[in-house]
Design a protein around this ligand. Structure first.
Ligand SMILES: *[C@@H]1O[C@H](CO)[C@@H](O)[C@H](O)[C@H]1NC(C)=O
Ligand SMILES: *[C@@H]1O[C@H](CO)[C@@H](O)[C@H](O)[C@H]1NC(C)=O
Ligand SMILES: *[C@@H]1O[C@H](CO)[C@@H](O)[C@H](O)[C@H]1NC(C)=O
Ligand SMILES: *[C@@H]1O[C@H](CO)[C@@H](O)[C@H](O)[C@H]1NC(C)=O
Length: 623
């Protein structure tokens, strides 16, 4: 979420939603660590479990279930392409020796194989395979391929296919690796070695989704014992998400985020009345640049998606028409602001530069440019902008409020508190300085001062929903559920009242917070879902509501529905990081579904491991 958003408490909202599993000691198995841990009889999938625990529990189970079958397979498969040293120590066969052996070998073709008895086929297959392994060991890959091919003619054995794939693998012929491992897997769909080999080939071919699916299946079959495969799942999850995020970003038409987001950003600056010359009493020619400026500034007040869209259009138009005189710098500031909100950062930055060129005393442009720099992790540039801003106006409370946000994000809480206080001293009427001061005190461990700050806030700003919303968040953090829920309810009430009086859009964050609180407190899924749905009716594009909904569904094992919401969250996200985040969840969920479809027997095994809370999903970890 944008660092420029009204409150750093809301900044962390997205984080809270997405790290929610960790907080609740439940993690989707594909997401983070992909390792199974047993805790008190229930198996959980944790992000970073102690490896010893993972080992002992998973192994015990596995040995009982599959030990025998795997031993047989290990015996059957002698080729170990992964272990290069073994191949190196094998004496390099002399040409004569190879020929001599070849003489003893049967020569099988498609024509002759039909004339062989069953016993002959079996014997020939074993001989050909042994010779193939020898050839492989001495890196005579083409010869080995020929021998395995003949062996396969005699007997369609998954090991023969997998061994031939190992030859193709050594020759980096990835399409052939895929072909042969697929044949092997078709004959034995729990053939881990073939799955891993195919996954690697898919990855080489940049078919990341398919690689991810194979590594995931291999991990489940192997009961998450193989650390390297688990790491591959993580690596591919990231690759798939990043590739898809790029595609989304490239194809994305730049549009405004949800009104909740826009309102939060805009209200982080003190409201100002219409500048002189643009006031409602002033007669402006319809369609003139200044007329568009006024129209845009008024439309912002509606706090609705339509209002914000109209504002963005009006500022574009104002600059196009021109003749703005002393309002030109503000016009560039506003157009830049909306371009930034649309995620069009370069042109937004250019607009703010132009605004400052026209009027270096418009300090809000420095502050906004600082917040853009901050979002791109350019801290020095951000600090420099604050410095320039204070040079032009050392008494602008907005500067200190936003500089405090910078400190807050960098966890420099004491400097943040100083700047919030300074902003309050310059203008005590701006509610967010007080709220943020309270949040900062909380972060510094001064719980009592923080709570006192919030109680004072209620006294002074008792009709504002934001006070109750953020107070509630801190109470929720202290697991004071009852009080937190009460605060969120009051916030919703206040928001309704304000909207009733003012008209326009409603801030849905208190509804989502209440949903989270009810989930954490009582595991009340249906109430939580209902609240999220309410929020989505009010603000259908609210990415936080969508992401929360997705997590709630996933927790209940409603994987298909969760996937839809994760994909929607990715669509609605504004920055690349947020899109990747949402997509990682989406891809993990999608892979889980695909594994269930392709390997029904594995799905039920996972369910068994997960205590029956859904496919691959542990029951909610109750605190
Ligand atoms: C673990 O998996 C990797 C592929 O992901 C494979 O190369 C390696 O041989 C496996 N290790 C064991 C001990 O099975
Ligand atoms: C904003 O709201 C006012 C009154 O509530 C309405 O007259 C106006 O058309 C709205 N403008 C936009 C852009 O929604
Ligand atoms: C805007 O100005 C900053 C600071 O002067 C500079 O670093 C940046 O390159 C400029 N950006 C654009 C798009 O003009
Ligand atoms: C916008 O900024 C983000 C970092 O926040 C960066 O990854 C992205 O490439 C930028 N987009 C454009 C169009 O410059």
């Amino acid at each position: 979420m944008a660092e420029g958003a009204a409150s750093a408490a809301s900044v962390s909202m997205w984080d809270r939603v997405t790290t929610w599993y960790a907080d609740n000691k439940v993690v989707a198995w594909t997401i983070a660590g992909v390792t199974v841990v047993a805790a008190g009889g229930t198996v959980y999938f944790l992000s970073r479990p102690p490896p010893s625990a993972a080992d002992s529990t998973a192994k015990g189970k596995k040995d009982r279930r599959k030990g025998k079958k795997n031993e047989e397979k290990a015996a059957a498969e002698e080729v170990k392409p992964e272990s290069k040293p073994a191949a190196a120590t094998a004496p390099a066969p002399k040409a004569a020796a190879v020929e001599e052996q070849a003489d003893e070998l049967p020569e099988v073709t498609e024509e002759t194989v039909g004339q062989l008895s069953e016993q002959e086929r079996k014997d020939f297959a074993a001989k050909l395979k042994a010779a193939g392994n020898k050839a492989y060991g001495s890196k005579a890959y083409n010869r080995a391929i020929d021998l395995y091919t003949q062996a396969i003619l005699c007997k369609a054995d998954p090991v023969f296919y997998s061994n031939r794939a190992a030859c193709w693998n050594a020759m980096s012929n990835w399409p052939k690796v895929i072909e042969d491992t697929t044949a092997a897997i078709n004959l034995d769909n729990e053939y881990v070695k073939a799955l891993n080999r195919r996954a690697n080939a898919y990855e080489q071919e940049e078919r990341y989704s398919e690689a991810l699916l194979d590594y995931t299946a291999s991990c489940i079959i192997d009961q998450f014992r193989n650390e390297s495969s688990a790491q591959s799942v993580e690596r591919l999850l990231k690759k798939v998400a990043e590739t898809k995020a790029k595609a989304i970003l490239d194809g994305k038409d730049k549009r405004l985020p949800s009104p909740t987001f826009v309102s939060n950003y805009l209200q982080s600056f003190r409201t100002r009345s219409l500048p002189e010359g643009l006031g409602e009493m002033v007669d402006l020619e319809e369609g003139s640049g200044k007329w568009y400026m006024r129209k845009g500034l008024q439309a912002i007040q509606n706090r609705t998606a339509e209002g914000y869209a109209e504002a963005a259009q009006s500022f574009d138009k104002a600059i196009e028409v021109g003749q703005l005189e002393q309002h030109e710098a503000l016009a560039y500031n506003m157009r830049g602001t909306f371009r930034y909100l649309k995620g069009d950062n370069d042109s937004a930055l250019a607009d703010l530069n132009k605004s400052l060129e026209l009027d270096p005393s418009l300090v809000q442009s420095y502050v906004k440019r600082a917040s853009m720099h901050l979002e791109q992790s350019k801290r020095e540039e951000a600090a420099n902008d604050f410095e320039l801003a204070t040079q032009h106006n050392p008494n602008d409370p907005d500067i200190f409020y936003h500089r405090a946000q910078l400190h807050f994000i960098l966890s420099e809480f004491s400097s943040a508190a100083t700047d919030y206080q300074k902003s309050i001293d310059l203008d005590p009427k701006f509610i967010f300085s007080h709220i943020q001061l309270g949040v900062t005190q909380y972060k510094m461990g001064s719980i009592a001062s923080s709570m006192a700050t919030f109680r004072r806030c209620i006294k002074n700003f008792g009709d504002k929903s934001d006070v109750y919303n953020y107070y509630g968040e801190l109470l929720l953090d202290q697991q004071k559920y009852q009080e937190a829920v009460e605060k969120f309810e009051t916030a919703v009430e206040m928001e309704r009242k304000t909207v009733g009086e003012r008209g326009g859009g409603m801030n849905v964050l208190p509804l989502i917070n209440k949903a989270l609180a009810l989930f954490q407190w009582k595991q009340d899924f249906s109430a939580a879902e209902e609240l999220c749905q309410k929020a989505l009716i009010i603000d259908p594009e609210c990415d936080i509501a969508v992401a929360t909904m997705a997590q709630l569904l996933l927790q209940q094992g409603k994987v298909t529905e969760a996937l839809k919401y994760f994909e929607r969250a990715a669509e609605l996200s504004r920055t690349e990081g947020e899109i990747v985040n949402a997509l990682s969840y989406a891809e993990a969920t999608r892979t889980q579904l695909e594994v269930q479809e392709k390997y029904p027997q594995l799905a039920s095994r996972l369910q068994g491991m997960g205590g029956g809370a859904g496919a691959g999903m542990a029951a909610p970890g109750v605190r």
